[in-house]
Design a protein. Sequence first.
Length: 365
Amino acid sequence: MSEKRTCLYDRHVAMGAKMVPFGGFEMPIQYTNITDEHQAVRNACGVFDVSHMGEVLVTGKQAEAFVQHIFTNDVAGAPVGKIFYGMMLRPSGGTVDDLLVYKMGDECFFLVINAANIDKDYAWITEQATQFPEVVTENQSDIYGQIAVQGPEAEAVVEEVLGLACKELEFYTFKTIALPEETLIVSRTGYTGEDGFEIYGSHAYICAAWDKLQESGRAKACGLGCRDTLRFEVGLPLYGDELSEEISPIMAGLGMFVKLDKADFIGKEAVAAQKANGVSRKLIGIELEARAIPRHGYEVVDAEGNTIGEVTTGYCSISTGKSVCMALVDAAHAALGTAVGIKIHRKVQPGTVVKKRFYQKHYKK
């Protein structure tokens, strides 16, 4: 099956971006180099094409009850304009996907899902919706384009270059902005650890906004390469690495987004048991003594050389210069300060279990 393309594809190619398959799309991994793009977001402003992400609209009298049923976080009674992070789970507790839920209205929710999971997620959502006759679901993934403007200068850039008022937005909130031709969604979440905004609009609007940003020289075009290094440094998960059908949010250390005090939701019994009884595997951070790079899939071993897990994501951190990784390991070896090793090119590199957040977030609170 050929890869799909976002509305910004031609612009990426014209800018000389290195294009790679990702989540079923041809996406830019970098334009200049990952380090420059990473540092632009940490220190100034960068813009990402995230039009590959999926969007599902849930409407109807039972919309809130339905979202509560399929989502681990608690959206009950939330104000319009609030965003929630959480997961959809299998009954076993495995993760169907992690996602954002936007409260658009009392009977309207906007779900933002991962690109690689759009078809799977929508099939799952529609299957569950059969139990809710007054719910309508619509896959709007092909309608929207999306850019993410990220970095300490993002607020000024969105306001001054794009002319979109956003400074009043608090963290994890959004607003709609009515234009003559369409209505935009502008949110303030950020997947980089820096202040950031996401803008959802028609393909035509997103292309025009991208052009304005590039002409301004105030938002560096950034690829998925640095999107990964940025999110990784602040301990944010990537589905397929730190979450999966086999990795529950409890294993991943994301229990704060699983609200066991709300009414029943799919997977609640399984994750409640994991919280109560513990899990066999846990996601941890590891810092190596040497500057070797621990990559996805590398074996993690204990002090005796026994395999205890594997790396999910690893880099020599651009912001800190340290060789660090996240890894899923046997729970018995997950305590902070535990000595472990990682097999890199047939040699075991010694390391220590540390917190998964390797760099301090700088969100606007």
